[in-house]
Design a protein around this ligand. Structure first.
Ligand SMILES: Cc1ncc(COP(=O)(O)O)c(C=O)c1O
Length: 407
């Protein structure tokens, strides 16, 4: 829980400021590269074990807690809860986004329960629900989250639904869902809520503001910002039980973040606000350029008034993120040739790093997914996804201009 006075400061200050966590007042907190912590004496060990290891300020074993990992988790929790003085939150860092998502879901559901979610989830989250959790008696129901009446009726008619899982904005069309509306329905009907805030980060969107119970991130992406480590984070609103449950799952599953990866993540978080501003500025510029191109059928960028969720994004987000996608008129060939023409930007399927990343899903990540199935979720033959970086945007545009010549 956050009781560090640094966490009462402004958003930028929370990002850059680190606590003094070692006895030597190191300005930058050290990487505690240790699996175990020694007891001062037998009595200290006795006290610790007698309390059931519940004292969060005592370190014994790095799977149960490590100072480097803990202060970064607390910092990200403070950013997610920024300005929300009436709630108490906790943060846990994991070895990947998927580990955080798994622990988050398992904190709220057990065999016999159901999850209600959207069809356009991040692929592995979807796989976790339909291929894995199903075998353990947890069923997933898909709903159109743009239809709040449908969602409400679905929950009213099925008392086994215990969790609403939301990802917004979502791949690949940057679809947005009304967090306030969905949270209100869930709260009224006693259903818990999780939001995957990976695309937005707490600088751009704070789901906890709307009464969401838990936020998860692939902090591998914008939070780290430099592509240097695979990590995940879970931020929960404490209700007297949730920390114990989520922490217990992390302890048992053991998918903890390494101190080195936490250190790298913290370095990224220091510049989160500045980076997000520049990602967004560049993305807007690139989106406008793409909108003018005759080869482009459609540009999906939340900052464009033409995006169907532009108004919703304006209402619930502080900006429009650095993510966009666009559809080429020429289909699969155009998509593949466009990618062959890219020489400056990076061809890769991840997102949220300092440089611009370009993906053509139909020929790479989704090459083995049947066409009809891809189309259901907007992954059309000519769709290109861009995670817009921090370069001089003219250089990105010049690269795209060349790639258009290659179509
Ligand atoms: C929206 C979203 N959530 C979760 C994940 C999973 O994160 P990780 O790869 O860190 O496990 C990803 C990965 O791309 C993602 O894009």
């Amino acid at each position: 829980m956050n009781n560090n006075s640094n966490f009462k400061k402004g958003f930028h200050s929370i990002c850059v400021k680190d606590p003094l966590i070692d006895g030597l007042s190191a300005h930058i907190p050290p990487i505690y590269a240790t699996s175990t912590f020694a007891y001062e004496n037998l009595e200290a060990a006795f006290d610790f074990f007698k309390s059931g290891g519940k004292n969060k300020d005592v370190y014994t074993y790095s799977r149960l807690g490590n100072p480097t990992v803990r202060f970064v988790a607390d910092k990200i929790a403070a950013l997610e809860a920024f300005g929300l003085d009436d709630i108490s939150v906790f943060g846990l860092l994991f070895s990947s986004g998927m580990a955080a998502i798994s622990a988050g879901i398992l904190s709220f559901v057990k065999a016999g329960d159901k999850i209600i979610t959207q069809g356009n989830l991040y692929g592995t989250t979807n796989e976790l629900m339909v291929s894995f959790l199903k075998d353990y008696g947890i069923e997933t129901i898909y709903a159109d989250f743009t239809d709040l009446n449908f969602v409400e009726d679905a929950i009213i008619n099925d008392e086994k639904i215990k969790l609403m899982y939301i990802e917004t904005p979502a791949n690949p069309t940057l679809a947005c869902y009304n967090i306030d509306g969905l949270a209100a329905i869930a709260q009224n009907l006693g259903v818990k809520t999780i939001v995957d805030n990976t695309f937005a980060t707490p600088y751009v969107q704070q789901p906890l503001k709307y009464g969401i119970d838990m936020v998860v991130h692939s902090s591998t992406k914008f939070l780290n910002g430099h592509g240097t480590a695979t990590t995940g984070v879970l931020i929960g609103v404490e209700d007297g039980e949730l920390f114990k449950r989520a922490y217990g799952i992390q302890k048992m599953i053991g998918a903890v973040c390494s101190p080195f990866d936490a250190f790298l993540l913290n370095n990224g978080v220091k510049t989160l606000a500045l980076r997000m501003e520049q990602h967004q500025k560049n993305a807007m510029h690139l989106a406008r350029f793409l909108s003018q191109r005759l080869e482009v059928e459609k540009v999906n960028y939340l900052g464009l008034e033409t995006h169907e969720n532009h108004e919703l994004a304006k209402a619930q987000m502080n900006g429009f993120t650095g993510m966009l996608s666009f559809e080429l008129k020429g289909g699969l060939d155009a998509g593949m040739n466009f990618m062959r023409g890219i020489t400056f930007c990076t061809l890769t399927a991840t997102l949220g790093t300092a440089d611009t990343l370009v993906t053509h899903s139909a020929s790479t990540s989704h090459v083995n997914v049947p066409r009809e199935q891809r189309y259901q979720y907007g992954i059309t033959d000519g769709l290109i996804r861009v995670s817009v970086g921090l370069e001089n945007i003219e250089d990105v545009i010049a690269d795209f201009e060349n790639a258009f010549k290659n179509i």
